[in-house]
Design a protein. Structure first.
Length: 166
């Protein structure tokens, strides 16, 4: 695999940027995809068999120009935040995240961030792959663009600058 990747990169006329999606998070950290993450968050405050499906249904009746998941997440966030403020038993965040919430951060976003941070643990069977990626990246990649919210690149490819926002 490394030889094929090196050969491909050596044939480029310019140094490429990589666009990395959630497949990295799922492979190397065994994190959920977006729908599964949203389902996990719903279970934090409503473990009913149709809880998540009710958000899908609600969102399906609205316009969703950016896709269904952002709208589903918005609806979940509203209910999650309301429950989070009234039900301490669903709170998982530590003091750092609690301070963010006190300063106006959404509890839903803080809990998602906390969950991703706590569960961003490299699967041992992929350590050598990540090492190969680090070596290839140092020599042949100009940068990385990602929509992921985990800290894979900050932890394993920290020589690249992180850009946050649009």
């Amino acid at each position: 695999m490394a030889d094929k990747l090196n050969e491909m990169i050596n044939n480029f006329e310019t140094i490429p940027f990589l666009f990395i999606g959630s497949g990295f998070s799922r492979r190397y950290f065994e994190l959920p995809d977006w729908s599964s993450l949203l389902k996990h968050m719903v279970k934090q405050f409503n473990n009913g068999p149709f809880a998540y499906r009710s958000y899908e249904d609600r969102a399906s009746f609205r316009e969703h120009p950016y896709g269904l998941n952002p709208l589903i997440a918005t609806y979940i966030e509203e209910d999650f935040n309301r429950e989070w403020f009234h039900n301490p038993s669903i709170r998982n965040v530590d003091e750092k995240y609690s301070k963010l919430i006190l300063n106006g951060c959404s509890p839903f976003k803080a809990e998602v961030s906390y969950y991703l941070n706590e569960n961003s643990i490299l699967n041992e069977k992929y350590k050598s792959e990540v090492s190969l990626l680090r070596n290839v990246a140092k020599k042949s990649i100009a940068g990385i663009i990602t929509t992921n919210y985990d800290l894979f690149f900050e932890k394993y490819l920290s020589e690249y600058k992180s850009y946050i926002g649009q």
